[in-house]
Design a protein around this ligand. Structure first.
Ligand SMILES: [Zn+2]
Ligand SMILES: [Zn+2]
Length: 324
């Protein structure tokens, strides 16, 4: 309803959650330190100077640094220009890497709660700082884990990319949410959440502040959505007890995927309202974790319709039962 998109749940080729566990080869163990890794302690000179660090006992725990190989640059103003029927613009934007831990072989699913909380704090503070830049409209926080998810750097890290435009992929669901709010006077995400909590069949876990569930008709197997229970349009508005609660909950849900599916590659994104709309009543921030277990192919490219070979309800049941 929110995206207007269709998903085919292919019952003839339906796979049971256990089948995915067997298919995943897992990953070879990594060393705690790699001399060639630009993110390992001792190699700080290989990255631009940090924009933010969290230190403990004189050593950094989390380091945010400008992305050395950024697709967008901070020091050129955004200037769109018509080119006949086409539009072109300078590549303005902000791209940062958030190095999540000094140890090369950790990942959020295997870190202690305190370290994950440091990472979440860094996300929030970098978000708030970047949001102050005049031309920035939208901030995407994300993590690519593993080759299939688009990263070749093993060292645990997340990314922030901020753009001077709101892309259609983001704008379209926002427009649906605005329309819903105009008609019903309520946030569509709050309504969906209430329904998920009433039905329970896709709910994986919950805390006082957050809920994790397998979205209705998800596009790919084992998608997990984490949302604040109270209405909140921007991730950067989490504070106090919510921050540690979110960090612990994120870690637990990533650990379910790590353990239950053999440490698969995955992406996660944190989707917040556009910059300036942090207090919007129509939008509700969320995090989406997408394990890379299948490859979208010609049909998906040709139609935008995804074929999912699992039932989200079964995935929720499976993840709920993982012993973490
Ligand atoms: Zn490293
Ligand atoms: Zn809401």
């Amino acid at each position: 309803m929110l995206t207007n998109e269709w998903v085919i749940i292919a019952t003839e080729r339906a796979k049971r959650p256990e089948d995915f566990q067997k298919m995943e080869p897992g990953k070879p163990p990594l060393p705690e330190f790699s001399a060639r890794c630009p993110f390992c302690p001792g190699n700080e000179a290989q990255t631009p100077p940090a924009t933010y660090t969290i230190e403990r006992n004189g050593k950094w725990q989390v380091r945010a640094v400008p992305n050395k190989f950024a697709a967008l640059q901070k020091d050129i103003p955004f200037q769109p220009k018509r080119l006949g029927r086409f539009l072109k613009a300078t590549g303005y934007g902000i791209a940062e890497v958030i190095i999540e831990a000094p140890l090369h072989n950790l990942t959020l699913a295997t870190m202690d709660d305190e370290s994950v909380e440091d990472v979440v704090k860094a996300y929030k503070l970098r978000y708030l700082s970047v949001a102050k830049e005049k031309q920035i409209c939208f901030i995407n926080l994300f993590r690519n884990h593993g080759l299939r998810a688009g990263t070749s750097l093993e060292h645990p890290h997340s990314q922030l990319i901020a753009t001077p435009v709101i892309p259609p992929h983001v704008r379209n669901p926002i427009e649906q949410a605005v329309r819903y709010y105009d008609t019903h006077g309520r946030c569509i995400y709050c309504e969906m959440l209430a329904e998920e909590m009433r039905r329970k069949e896709r709910v994986i876990a919950e805390t006082d502040y957050f809920i994790a569930y397998a979205p209705y008709a998800s596009r790919t197997p084992f998608e997990v959505r984490i949302m604040p229970k109270k209405h909140q349009a921007s991730f950067a508005d989490i504070e106090g007890a919510e921050t540690s609660d979110f960090a612990g909950f994120l870690k637990k849900n990533l650990a379910r995927i790590y353990k239950g599916l053999n440490n698969p590659d995955y992406n996660f994104i944190i989707r917040s309202a556009p910059v300036g709309d942090e207090k919007a009543k129509y939008f509700h921030w969320y995090m989406l974790i997408i394990p890379k277990l299948t490859n979208p192919a010609g049909f998906e490219m040709g139609t935008g319709i995804y074929i999912n070979v699992t039932y989200p309800e079964q995935c929720a049941e499976f993840l709920k039962d993982i012993n973490i």
